[in-house]
Design a protein around this ligand. Structure first.
Ligand code: NAD
Length: 700
C-alpha cells in the first residue's frame, strides 16, 4: 500500500512510521514480512498514539500496515524470550487506544491475523479492503489469543460466531466480516483514500464505540456441547479447549478479569510442550520446500502417469484436483478400467460427503485422459511412474520413457525404496530423473519426499519442489539410500516392535502404547494396513546385507509364511472380519510370538508401556540423527515434517527429532547408551548425537 504523506513521515521505532495526512495521524506498521507485533512495533504504536493525542492539529488516527498485509499477529520468533513480554504489551497498547478521545480506525488490507486482529478489535472502527482475511488462528499453534481477542470478539459479533472463529481458527473474508459486524466498512479502491475521510467523519461524531464496553449476550450458548464436539486426537486439542474456556470466561467476567483469565491460559500454553512443538512445525513446514543449489523452477503443463493402481490413481487425482491435465497410462484395458473406475468412485464418495459437487467431479474426471498407448506420454512435461516395486520392471519402464518423452521432460519414479541412480542409469538423461515419493492415499497425504539422485539437475529439483506445492503437498528433499528418510527410519521402529513382542508384549499392547503416545496408528496395525508382503520382500532383498551376529526377530517372516499379509488377506499381526478394518487379537499370532521367543532363548517378561514407547521412539531418533549426519535430509526439521505428515506422528510432539530435544539431547543419548548396554549393537548411538551432547547443544 502506498503512503503519500502531507507531512514527512518519521520513524517512531525501526518498525513503525508516523505521518500526518491533513488532520489525520497515520501509524504505519512496517516490520516485514507481515508486520509482526514484536516489542519495537508495540512501542512504536504506543508512542504514535501518545503523539497524536497531544497534537491539537490531529482529529483522528488510522493504524495501517505496510507491505502485503495489515498485520500477521504476534512475532512468534520472540515467544519464550524477554522481548515477548517487554512493555508495552499489546494489552497496554489497546488500553491506550480505548482511552483515546480521538477515534482510532484500523485500516486492514491483506490480512489481520491473531494479534493483528486483536489490535484491530481494540480500535474504535475497522475498515477492510475487499478480499482481505481476518482470523484468530492461534489454536493452530497450540495457543489462544493473548491480547484480548477472546474477550472483545464475543462482545462485538456475538458469542456463538466468536466461539466458532476462535476455537477453529478459521478466517472470515472482508464480506463475511462486514455481515458479522466485525468490520464497519469495506474499501473497494485505495484503502487509505477511503480510511482517511472515514476517520474524519467519525471524529465529527464525538463519542466512539469500544468493543470491551459492549454488553454481551450469552443466552442459548452451549459451551458443553461445543466441548463435546472437539476431536480429542486433534494436534491442538488442548488449545481448542482453552479457547472455549476463554470465551466462556468472557460471558462470566467483567472485561479486566476476563483479560487476566485469557492471559493466564495463554501463558500456560505458551510455556507448554505442545505449543512449542506446533510452533516448531509451523517453521519446519515453511522451511521444508527451500533447497540450496540454485535451480530455477520450470513450468509444468501436462502430467503423465504410468500405472493406474493404488498410487497412480491417487497421484492422478492430486494433479487433476489442482487443475493439471493428466495422461494416465496402463498396460492393459482391464487395469486401466479398474483404475479409472476407482478414481470416479473416490470422487463420488467426496461428493456424497458434500465436499464436491457433480460438476466438480466431472471437471476432474475430464482432466484425466486414460491411455493404453505409451506414445501419449510423449508431450508430458512431468511423467511419474507408479508401476510394481521391482527394479527390472522400473528400469524397463524408464527405457521406454527415455525413448518416448520429449526433451526437457522430467522422469520421476514413485518408488518407496529402490535406488534412483540405478533407475537413472538406464536412461541417456540422468539429469531428468528424480524420485517423487507420494504417500498413500496420494490425493490426501500432504507429504512428498523428493528424492535427489546423484545426477538429478538443480532445475529439475526446483521444478518438482514448486509443482509439489501447487498440488498442496509439503515437499521434503531427500537423498538416495534404502528407504530414503521415512521408510528407512521405520526399519528400526519395526525392529524394536518385533523384539518387544518376543520379550513379552502383545501386538495390542504395543499398538495401544504408541497410539496413547499420540501416533495415528501403532506400528503393527500400520504394517497390516500397508501390506506385510511389501516389508517381507524388502527383508528378503536385504537379507544378504544383514550382519549374522545381530539379533533378528523372525515373527514377521513367520506370519507372512502363512500367507497372512495384513488387511488385504484379513490376517496379519491381527485378524479381520470380512469387510472390517478393526484389528482383532489372534491366538495364532500369539503362538508364533511364543515360538520365536523360545527358539531365540528369550524368557518372556512383563513389558511396560513406557519401555515400548521409549524403544520405538529412540529407534526413530537414532536413525534420524544418522540420516541428518549423512546429508540424506537437509535439516533435522525436515525429518520431523516427514514423520508428522507421512507417518502419523503426533504434531503436538513436533516430530521425532523435536521430541528428542524435548526429552533433552543428553538424556536421549544416555538412554540410547543404556539400551546398547542391555540390547547390543543395534543401539550404537549416532555420532552426531554424541558430538552434539559433547558440545552442550540442545537442538539438532
Ligand atoms: P499397484 O499394484 O496398486 O499398482 C501398480 C500398477 O502398475 C498396476 O495397475 C499395474 O497394472 C501397473 N503396471 C505394471 N507394470 C506396468 C507397465 N509396465 N506399464 C504400465 N503400467 C504398469 O501398486 P501401488 O501400490 O500403486 O505401488 C506402485 C508404486 O508406488 C510402487 O513402486 C510402490 O513401491 C510405490 N508406493 C506404494 C505405496 C503404497 O502405499 N501402496 C506408497 C508409496 C509408494
Amino acid at each position: 500500500m502506498s503512503l503519500t504523506a502531507t507531512s514527512p513521515s518519521r520513524d517512531l521505532s525501526n518498525t513503525v512510521r508516523y505521518a500526518l495526512h491533513g488532520r489525520v495521524a497515520v501509524i504505519f506498521l512496517d516490520n516485514p514480512p507481515v508486520n509482526g507485533l514484536g516489542d519495537t512495533v508495540r512501542r512504536g504504536i504506543h508512542e504514535g498514539l501518545a503523539l497524536a493525542q497531544s497534537d491539537a492539529a490531529v482529529d483522528a488516527i488510522v493504524i495501517a500496515g505496510a507491505g502485503k498485509a495489515f498485520c500477521g499477529g504476534a512475532d512468534i520468533r520472540q515467544f519464550n524470550t524477554p522481548a515477548a513480554t517487554a512493555k508495552p504489551m499489546l494489552r497496554d497498547v489497546i488500553a491506550a487506544i480505548e482511552a483515546s478521545g480521538k477515534p482510532v480506525v484500523a485500516a486492514i488490507h491483506g490480512f489481520a491475523l491473531g494479534g493483528g486482529l486483536e489490535l484491530a478489535l481494540g480500535c474504535h472502527y475497522r475498515v477492510a479492503q475487499a478480499g482481505s482475511r481476518l482470523a484468530l488462528p492461534e489454536v493452530n499453534l497450540g495457543l489462544v489469543p493473548g491480547g484480548g481477542g477472546t474477550q472483545r470478539l464475543p462482545r462485538l459479533i456475538g458469542v456463538m460466531p466468536a466461539l466458532d472463529m476462535i476455537h477453529t481458527g478459521k478466517p472470515l473474508d472482508a464480506g463475511a466480516a462486514l455481515a458479522a459486524g466485525l468490520v464497519d466498512a469495506i474499501a473497494e479502491g485505495d484503502l487509505l483514500a477511503f480510511a482517511l475521510p472515514y476517520a474524519l467523519e467519525r471524529a465529527a461524531q464525538g463519542s466512539h464505540p469500544v468493543a470491551s464496553r459492549r454488553a454481551l449476550n450469552a443466552d442459548g450458548v452451549d459451551f458443553a456441547a461445543t466441548r463435546a464436539r472437539l476431536n480429542p486426537k486433534a494436534r491442538n486439542a488442548i488449545a481448542q479447549r482453552a479457547a472455549i474456556d476463554c470465551v466462556e470466561a468472557a460471558t462470566r467476567l467483567p472485561i479486566e478479569p476476563g483479560l487476566d483469565e485469557e492471559r493466564r491460559l495463554f501463558d500456560a500454553l505458551v510455556e507448554g510442550d505442545a505449543s512449542k512443538a506446533l510452533r516448531h512445525l509451523f517453521f519446519a513446514e515453511k522451511e521444508a520446500p527451500r533447497v540450496s543449489g540454485g535451480g530455477r523452477a520450470g513450468q509444468i503443463g501436462r502430467v503423465g502417469i504410468l500405472g493406474a493402481g493404488t498410487m497412480g490413481g491417487g497421484i492422478a487425482m492430486a494433479f487433476a484436483n489442482a487443475g493439471y491435465p493428466v495422461t494416465l497410462y496402463e498396460r492393459d484395458q482391464a487395469a486401466l478400467d479398474r483404475g479409472v473406475a476407482l478414481i470416479r468412485k473416490n470422487y463420488e464418495i467426496t461428493a456424497a460427503k458434500g465436499k464436491l459437487d457433480a460438476a466438480g467431479v466431472e471437471a476432474r474426471m475430464a482432466r484425466i485422459a486414460p491411455s493404453l498407448d505409451v506414445q501419449d506420454l510423449g508431450q508430458a512435461d512431468l511423467v511419474i511412474e507408479a508401476v510394481f516395486e521391482d527394479m527390472a520392471v522400473k528400469q524397463a519402464v524408464f527405457r521406454q520413457l527415455d525413448a518416448v518423452c520429449k526433451a526437457g521432460a522430467i522422469l520421476a519414479t514413485n518408488t518407496s525404496r529402490l535406488n534412483i541412480d540405478e533407475i537413472a542409469a538406464c536412461t541417456v538423461r540422468p539429469e531428468a530423473v528424480i524420485g517423487l515419493h507420494f504417500f498413500s492415499p496420494a490425493n490426501v497425504m500432504k507429504l512428498l519426499e523428493v528424492v535427489r539422485g546423484a545426477g538429478t539437475g538443480a532445475d529439475v529439483i526446483a521444478t518438482c519442489m514448486a509443482v509439489a506445492q501447487k498440488i498442496g503437498k509439503i515437499p521434503v528433499l531427500v537423498g538416495v539410500c534404502e528407504g530414503f528418510v521415512g521408510n528407512r527410519m521405520l526399519t528400526g521402529y519395526w525392529r524394536e516392535a518385533g523384539f518387544l513382542l518376543e520379550e513379552g508384549a502383545s501386538p495390542q499392547q504395543i499398538d495401544g502404547a504408541l497410539t496413547r503416545f499420540g501416533m495415528a496408528m501403532g506400528p503393527l496395525a500400520m504394517a497390516d494396513l500397508a501390506g506385510m508382503d511389501i516389508n517381507w520382500a524388502t527383508r528378503k532383498r536385504l537379507a544378504p546385507t544383514r550382519p549374522a551376529h545381530l539379533r533378528y526377530s523372525k515373527v514377521a517372516d513367520r506370519i507372512c509364511e502363512l500367507g497372512r499379509f495384513g488387511q488385504k488377506t484379513q490376517a496379519g499381526y491381527y485378524r479381520y472380519e470380512p469387510g472390517s478394518r478393526q484389528p482383532l487379537p489372534d491366538p495364532v499370532v500369539d503362538g508364533i510370538i511364543e515360538d520365536c521367543a523360545r527358539e531365540a532363548g528369550i524368557v518372556r517378561r512383563p513389558v511396560s508401556d513406557e519401555e515400548i514407547v521409549e524403544r520405538c521412539m529412540l529407534a526413530l531418533v537414532n536413525e534420524g540423527a544418522l540420516i541428518i549426519e549423512e546429508g540424506i535430509a537437509q535439516r533435522a526439521s525436515d525429518v520431523d515434517v516427514v514423520y508428522v505428515h507421512g507417518y502419523g506422528f503426533p504434531g503436538a510432539r513436533g516430530g521425532p527429532m523435536f521430541h528428542a530435544q524435548t526429552l533433552g539431547l543428553a538424556a536421549t543419548l544416555e538412554k540410547i547408551r543404556a539400551l546398547r548396554h542391555e540390547h547390543g549393537e543395534h543401539w550404537k548411538p549416532a555420532p552426531l548425537l554424541e558430538r552434539l551432547v559433547e558440545q552442550g547443544a540442545t537442538a539438532f
